[in-house]
Design a protein around this ligand. Structure first.
Ligand code: DX5
Ligand code: ZN
Length: 220
């Protein structure tokens, strides 16, 4: 498993997103949170802004869609240039059809699970996805406290992926920091989203390096 760090722009300065992307050029991805004020009680950015970010981003864009009806809207984010598109299990009408459509368009397809959503109904569908996103806070806002209660789910999904011999990434998102990243890595996560931990640091590059080192050590 290769550790990957995906800083979330949600905690960046929205008035200077281009410069904020430059701060994370040592990361593997730029995690962009799209919220529609319906699936979550917050509204962020949509397709035109993602398109503008993709044009200047030094790293590929990992789009996390916290929106209703992703079946209708997710392909637009491929058009915008995202390289990975994650939609939520709770919102998708036909997750397999949507994941196949995204893959056919040439991007990685991710399935997101809120803290109260069990992974078990999706374990037979793992071959359809490139990544499972286990939320470790309730989606909607940055800077919330990490929910340890979500770690058993990370463990179960990683075990199922290993048992099936698949190469599916497990992403954790929410409250991931120097204090919590090791627990996530030990449980089996390999892609780490960190918003406030990276963007509220004076030296984002140093923080990314520290998070990576901690996760790599914990992965063994
Ligand atoms: C929350 C978003 C996260 C958010 C994480 O719903 O999906 O990506 O930016 O922020 P932190 O790392 O501050 O918890
Ligand atoms: Zn996110």
């Amino acid at each position: 498993m290769r550790v990957q760090i995906s800083p979330s722009l949600l905690s960046a300065d929205f008035a200077r997103l281009g410069a904020e992307l430059d701060r994370i050029k040592d990361a593997d991805w730029a995690h962009v949170d799209v919220m529609d004020n319906h699936f979550v009680p917050n509204l962020t950015i949509g397709q035109p802004v993602v398109e503008a970010l993709v044009k200047v981003s030094p790293v590929p864009v990992d789009c996390h869609l916290m929106i209703e009806d992703p079946d209708r809207w997710a392909p637009g984010y491929v058009e915008a240039g995202a390289r990975s598109v994650t939609f939520h299990a709770e919102a998708a009408h036909a997750p397999v059809r949507l994941a196949r459509e995204l893959r056919a368009l040439g991007v990685r397809a991710g399935l997101g699970l809120k803290p109260a959503t069990p992974v078990e109904p999706y374990l037979d569908l793992l071959t359809e996805f490139d990544m499972i996103l286990v939320m470790t806070v309730e989606p909607g806002f940055g800077g919330q406290s990490f929910l340890d209660v979500c770690l058993p789910k990370v463990r179960r999904v990683r075990q199922a992926i290993a048992a099936a011999g698949l190469d599916v990434w497990v992403q954790v998102d929410g409250g991931v920091s120097e204090q919590t990243i090791e627990r996530c890595a030990e449980a089996g996560a390999d892609v780490f989203v960190a918003g406030s931990a990276v963007y509220r640091s004076e030296d984002a590059a140093a923080r990314i390096a520290t998070l990576r080192t901690l996760a790599e050590a914990a992965c063994g």
